[in-house]
Design a protein around this ligand. Sequence first.
Ligand SMILES: [Mg+2]
Length: 277
Amino acid sequence: MNLLNVCMKRLDSIKGIVLDMDGTFYMGGQLLPGGLDLLAYFNEQGIQFSFLTNNSSRSNTDYQEKLLEMGVRKMDCRVYTSGEATIQYLRKYYPGKRVNLMGTRSLAKSFRQAGIDLDEETPDLLVLAYDTENTYAKLANFCLQVRRGLPYIATHPDINYPDPHGDLPDAGAFIELIRASTGRLPQAVIGKPSAEILRQLADQWHMQTTEILMVGDRLYTDIQLAHNAGAMSALVLTGEAKLEDLKTAPIKPDLVCADLAALLDLLTNQIQTLEVS
Ligand SMILES: [Mg+2]
């Protein structure tokens, strides 16, 4: 059996698909080719799917609104963020603990709605998110508590957020700032490429991570996540990674597609081929 056949056989066992958003499904507020047709295909075939983003500054309601504006049907606006994954992580490993959250009001609201007590003064543990509303007072207090040795978790490791005006400091840049000041790094970083976030989706869908296909445009987050979680991976070339990057990439994707339209072609041809045989 050649490599392509092995790959196609593995595709046949896929029951769930996770889609990165920026650079994969849309770019700068514009849908990329094939996205809506792909979602229609998932629904037709009964394939579970979710969008996945590391951005913890916005809630999934914020993202649902964004997708709706771009023409995605409400039922298809299923978004999982690193913020939600962190909430699940806290409920599992730190139930009932008081949290000092360095995050936006939107994320704080999600934490409270999930029953997590937020306490800036006397927390049991610390959570660092992408906080676009940060202040020096908040940062200073957080660093003092990190120095006290409290459990310290970050929602995701991205160093920069790709803004249309240029890259802006994301949670990873603050992880580095806090490390420079306190000497400590977070003991867990939940978002991509940590396998934790994909394991949570697999649990919710009652399937194995090996039955999930992760689709994204970044090698060191999306494709690395699939690798870490034992999932199948597809790289699309509509965002950050270019074909020449694959030559030097330590982790290679299972599939490479020009865009989501090409991925849909691959998925549909696969089924036709199987029907014929
Ligand atoms: Mg992306």
